[in-house]
Design a protein around this ligand. Sequence first.
Ligand SMILES: NC(=O)c1ccc[n+]([C@@H]2O[C@H](COP(=O)([O-])OP(=O)(O)OC[C@H]3O[C@@H](n4cnc5c(N)ncnc54)[C@H](O)[C@@H]3O)[C@@H](O)[C@H]2O)c1
Length: 440
Amino acid sequence: MKVAVVGLGYVGTVTAACLADNGHDVWGVDVDAAKVGEISAGRSPVAEPGLGAIVARVVAAGQLRATTSCLAAVDQAEISLVCVGTPAAARGGTDLSHVRHAVDDIARALRHGTVADRGRHSLVIRSTVPPGTVEEVVAPALAAGLAGAAPVTGVAMCPEFLREGSGVADFLAPPFIVVGTSDACAADAVSSLFSFLGQPVRVVDVRTAEALKYACNAFHATKVSFANELSRLFRLLGADSRQVMSLFCEDTVLNIAPAYLRPGFAFGGSCLPKDLRSLLHLGRRSGVDMPLLAGTLATNELVINEVIERVAASPARTVALLGLSFKMATDDLRESPNVEVAEQLIGKGFEVRIYDQVIKPGRLVGANRRYVHAKLPHLERLLSGSPAQALDGADVALVSASDSAVRAALLAAPPPRVIDLSGQLGGEVEALGGYEGLGW
Ligand SMILES: NC(=O)c1ccc[n+]([C@@H]2O[C@H](COP(=O)([O-])OP(=O)(O)OC[C@H]3O[C@@H](n4cnc5c(N)ncnc54)[C@H](O)[C@@H]3O)[C@@H](O)[C@H]2O)c1
């Protein structure tokens, strides 16, 4: 394929060189004549292990050319990859001016280039851009720039996952190839482009692809700060943080695993909130600020508050709470976020009916019994014998249980609103008119 790579920094140079090295006819374009000059001379403008040799090879073979002329690069190209910078703007925002300029340049080139004779062109964003950018900034800028005068052009987001310092190796073995687009031709073009990698291409909604890159980077940053925040405390407590984290990483069931990474309701139960508070207490006693873990507790409260606010903001008066313990199949009610929701809604004057297949108030004992009696002293009166009974006449259902009885009752007599707290109710329930996901 003839490929235009717009922006020849770390991402663009690695992309251009590796695509050229794998058989594509690549034209790199940059507004910086010095970078263009370096590549034209067969040298990489950025330092990355192995990149210099690849650039020298593909430039000598005529597989990679560099230019400051977007028209020359885009002319005849089937696809352009936008790899320009998206630096921080004021107050942490994203400066999209380079992306806008690049799209304007590509539109102008498409309008004037001979590509118009051949039909399709796919404009693919590889820069990291906030969700909504392709639909709200890129597509309108392209449409305005083309002014209806040029070829049919599909837009897509294909985030890049390479890391500086191992850019070439990462580019050639990405964790996944994800294309966000609603344009089948753009998806096909990206699939053909990367077919040499031998990996499946995942086609998703464009905002999913944009958001995915932020999720990855935020998680990586959070992992670093998590390990560092704990190590600052553990050192003072005489624990070997390197050994702790090395063992920690051996748990690939709960720690280095998909566990706990599914959007859903707040955490609770008798261990996580208590032990987080204990760590924060140890931190305070040792003079160690632990904003990440403090923020974790704060986020948990926000999730609970949002549910209460969503219910309180509607005219609903009767609420069916399907699921009371902090997770299904246990009757441990200690620090269950559902208990918190019930307590607060009752305090605000709502009629709350509760169904939980495991909870038998007469059989609760010890700390569990004391906890729930302090929070919900009339639990027996609030409990319904079946999900259908709890739902009867309810304005809104707050659903954290996802067993078949709960799903069947929701489908048989759907209340006006169903707020799904677990994300595990399945497609049929999600198709109900009053369905809302908590964070999806
Ligand atoms: N650096 C990384 O490790 C990495 C990894 C993945 C994703 N990203 C994302 O990729 C994007 C690019 O990152 P980078 O580190 O390669 O940036 P960079 O600053 O190294 O390179 C950007 C290049 O774009 C050029 N440019 C700006 N406007 C242009 C225009 N209108 N036409 C042509 N060229 C133009 C600049 O001159 C510069 O050479 C960013 O959104 C970044 O967040 C970076």
